[in-house]
Design a protein around this ligand. Sequence first.
Ligand code: PGA
Length: 255
Amino acid sequence: MRRKLIAGNWKMNKLPSEVPGFFEQLEQGIGGNHIDNIDVLFAVPFTHFSVAKEVLYKKRNFALAAQNIHQSLSGAFTGEVSISMIKDLGISWTLIGHSERRQYFNEVDEIVSKKVELAQKEGLFPILCVGETLTERQSGQMAEVLERQLAAVFGLCSSELPLVIAYEPVWAIGTGLTASPEQADEAHILIRKFAHRYCGQNYAEKLRILYGGSVTAANAKGLLGKANIDGALIGGASLKPMELSEIICQAASIR
Ligand code: PGA
């Protein structure tokens, strides 16, 4: 049984000073519900780590994640943040290859796979984001695109080491257009097939695959109830503590 993971992706939103109030409200929303059977993490901006750590780690076993890391361990890369810097702060997860990184910062598969490889080597848990654009889906290229994005990583990375995949169809991110539970499950089955092909059955069965793209409290349960959907990567709704607490409780109620 794969443990569900709910991951919030704040992107470039909220101020560090807003963090304590957010988690207070989230706590109120969760109330007395039992959520110990799932994992919850927050990919916040680098500038929010210290305050988020202070308020979070005291109360809950929630984790923090970087939204991006550099593919070198140190050096002359002005403006970048390294894996060792993140780890030194006690942060243990990172998103890698989010579609916004691929689209606006030219992160091609080769860079993405280098980042995943280095993160795994250095003991940071990577959440690799993959997904097709609308044009790619409409022209029947979804499987091809997913295999290209995954092969770049599965070919290089150790199948012994931890990896979480987030399937985020680009057309569903921030658009209000969600993949239906059936469409998402179909893509997740495909991803698991590729994991099987490249890394073996045992690995594929254990691999957690999150769905991301306009997840809300209204559609989360339908998505999370599907056999191959092991959690969600949530952008917009993760900025709203009450809505997010609802999604967390819904995920925990699925047995
Ligand atoms: P969204 O973002 O939930 O706002 O669509 C998801 C993501 O980009 O991770």
